[in-house]
Design a binder for this molecule. Structure first.
Ligand SMILES: [Zn+2]
Length: 228
């Protein structure tokens, strides 16, 4: 058992040096890892116009990036502040691109309207944005995937149902929050792209007196680099 553990640890530390070498290479070639794709931009615009009014009136920048820029099981990401969606290249070959864009647009809609970023962004505000746009299936998937997200989905459903019944009683009904552009013109630093990578480091921990054990920790390093 001990032997096996030791072997696993050696494999990990070998992997760590490979990851670090790859990291150095990635930083060197970071400019080439993301690009704009006209088809993805057009699809993103269409999905936004179908149900994300704030994002549609102020479209996020959309980038396609090499899959190696993302962690495992990451289908895409959105960064507030620079208001940017990134899609891994492998998504272009699959059937999930539309729902991934809807998911990231819901993050953008939430950010633009000052919504909560609880549960790694999967808050009740995020869920309301998805549900209002008709993406109930995606909301359900997210609810099962992230801690706290199911509760957020329940809250969102309850508040939208309340709005729907109120709509029957009075004129107007539920109005989605509308983004008001700041008076000073916002200039997004579109020349910058975010590059992240996971790095494994080995640390030695004292588990009891006179006994030390190596452990592998993964940390995500992100940095902004100039785009081309
Ligand atoms: Zn998300």
């Amino acid at each position: 058992m001990n032997n096996r553990k030791q072997r696993v640890w050696l494999l990990w530390s070998a992997k760590a040096s490979v990851v670090m070498a790859a990291t150095a290479a990635l930083i060197g070639t970071a400019n080439a890892t993301c690009w704009r794709d006209a088809n993805v931009t057009a699809l993103m615009q269409a999905v936004a116009q179908e149900g994300f009014p704030n994002a549609a009136s102020r479209m996020p920048a959309g980038l396609v990036c090499e899959g190696s820029d993302f962690g495992p099981n990451i289908g895409g990401d959105y960064t507030g502040g620079i208001h940017q969606i990134r899609i891994p290249q492998w998504q272009l070959n699959g059937t999930g691109l539309r729902s991934v864009l809807a998911h990231e647009l819901a993050h953008a809609e939430t950010w633009l309207t000052g919504g909560s970023d609880a549960n790694h962004g999967h808050s009740a505000d995020f869920m309301r944005a998805l549900l209002r746009a008709g993406w109930g299936g995606e909301a359900q998937r997210v609810g099962q995937q992230f801690a706290g997200a199911q509760h957020a989905l329940d809250q969102a459903r309850a508040s939208l149902a309340g709005d729907a019944s109120a709509r029957g009683q009075r004129q107007g009904g539920y109005q989605p929050p509308i983004y008001t552009p700041p008076t000073t013109t916002y200039t997004p630093p579109t020349v910058m792209v975010q590059v992240c990578h996971d790095e494994q480091i080995t640390v030695v921990r004292q588990v009891r007196p006179h006994f030390f054990a190596p452990a592998v920790m993964t940390r995500r390093i992100c940095q902004w680099v100039p785009a081309q």
